[in-house]
Ligand binder design. Sequence first.
Ligand code: FES
Length: 605
Amino acid sequence: MRLRFVPEGAEVRVPSGTPVFDAASWNGIAIDSTCGGHGTCKKCRVRVVSGELPVDTVDPRAFTAEELRDGWRLACRASARDDLVVEVPPLQTRPKAALAGVGRHVILRPSVQKRHLLLPEPSLEDQRPDLQRVLDALDDLEPKASIELLRTLGGTMRAADFDVTAVICDEDLIDLEPGDTTDRRFAIAFDLGTTTVVATLVDLESGQPAAVRSMLNRQQPFGADVITRISTTMLDPQALSTLQERAHETMAELTEEVCAEAGVDPAEIYEITVCGNVTMMQLALGIDPEPLSMAPFIVAAHSFPSARARDFGVQVHPRAPAFIFPSLGAYVGGDIVAGMLATGLTRDRRLRMFIDVGTNSEIAVGSNERVLACAAPAGPAFEAAQIKCGMRAAEGAIEGVRIDDDDIGLEVIGSTDAVGICGSGLVDAVAELVRCELLDHTGRFVPDELAAEIHPGLASRLTRVGKERVFVLHWRGDDPSASVFLSQRDVRELQFAKASIATGWHILLRELGIEAGDISQVLLAGSFGAYLTPLSAVRIGLVPKLALPRIISAGNVAGEGAKIATLSYRERAETQSILREVEYVELSGRADFNDLFVDQLAFPG
Ligand code: FES
């Protein structure tokens, strides 16, 4: 449906059935609201200027018959099933907004709300129950309470002389605090990665991060990638609970660190959001991951049932809920859904390609019209695990390579001597060797005589370690085997990885009936994608051959998506639309995969 908002004039396209409120919100158009879109505050008033928008059951409670005839509706109750022109009245309060994700302007509407209440004291004339007294004061909200809360509610009210603050999270009243605490509310956004876990403490008042910390996932000793960790659980019945504990320890430690850094009491954290690949989520929740590892690749649930922070071992407010990002399939998980949210992939008119480069690489292509996604098993080349001199992107790793005539320039992490090469360095090295023709387009090092002819200053670097031909990037003494080198097999590993990814996006383009040249932007995501040089990615054929400004290193978009979900429950609802709208394409078993894969092995000319 096409929706135009006046007087701003912004026009958007949304799937039929989208609430008008959401369509406005996703496009940065603010509509008044205090109830969280539950149809109780009656503040989200809009008027339909043209198009059909039926009267909802709640509308007659908010508008007079004449207003209804004039087209007034509550935006949160109105589903767009026709092209509409909608008038949005000026706001009574100016909403706060924050910049998040890839240039996203997110209107602050956290699920966590606080209300300062000065409650009338009970008397013989007013014998309302304690809970009713609070609910009546929250006239525009209708949250639910738990027995756990009732145990402390009356005591808190009386100790605070009925001057209290209600804490509401989505549809639940999770606490009553003494006095006015409305200026203190926080959430933590977790990006639970296979390698690294990132926690961002978000100040929900300002929308700004109050502290960010990351650390290696404590599951690391059980394998570098998801498949190894799944196998561990299959071999040892105790391993699932151990891996779950390790994930919890990692998240708990990060929580302590961000709280200490920002001077925030963990009890002031009322919610957490968690994104991660499906294996990480299932392991953290203690759900057997075995069915993920073999055909037909079945996930426990696309959308997890409601959970609490303590289900992740995170000690924050005891009733803090956990929002878990849904997944599209076994290998396109919540981290990718979070990335799509952060980049606005399903809402943007431009045709864009999203690639999260890693051991399992996820690819999505499309626009607000249609988005397809797939997972391409790239193998461990990018994590540098199978690379002879490979290492993680840590101190001493070559992360960038440049060859100028007969000179080699290396970018090394930290101020130290090069000791190995990480994924981005590997891509750079291969791209540069292809460019200066020391590697041919099939990925073979050229014969020594030819190397000596075209690059006399570099020819001595092309040598052998054992029987294998290698190119020495950084000499450590005279012995090539003690130096940092790139072997013929390393080049092959990278070729397989990039061919798998390129096959993935070729298949998606084919399914969409478009050409690579139709793509306006390529977003390279994930901790690896962020460090990849666009030029090298084009040179090795990892991404389509486009003008370089169209290829963007988007950084940790999964973490940004998790942050956005803490800032706005409306944006969070978008994850369900992503789930409905994005079509998952299974690559394994496709008849065209092998032929395309073989075509993609060579380096482009
Ligand atoms: Fe509150 Fe619509 S009634 S947002």
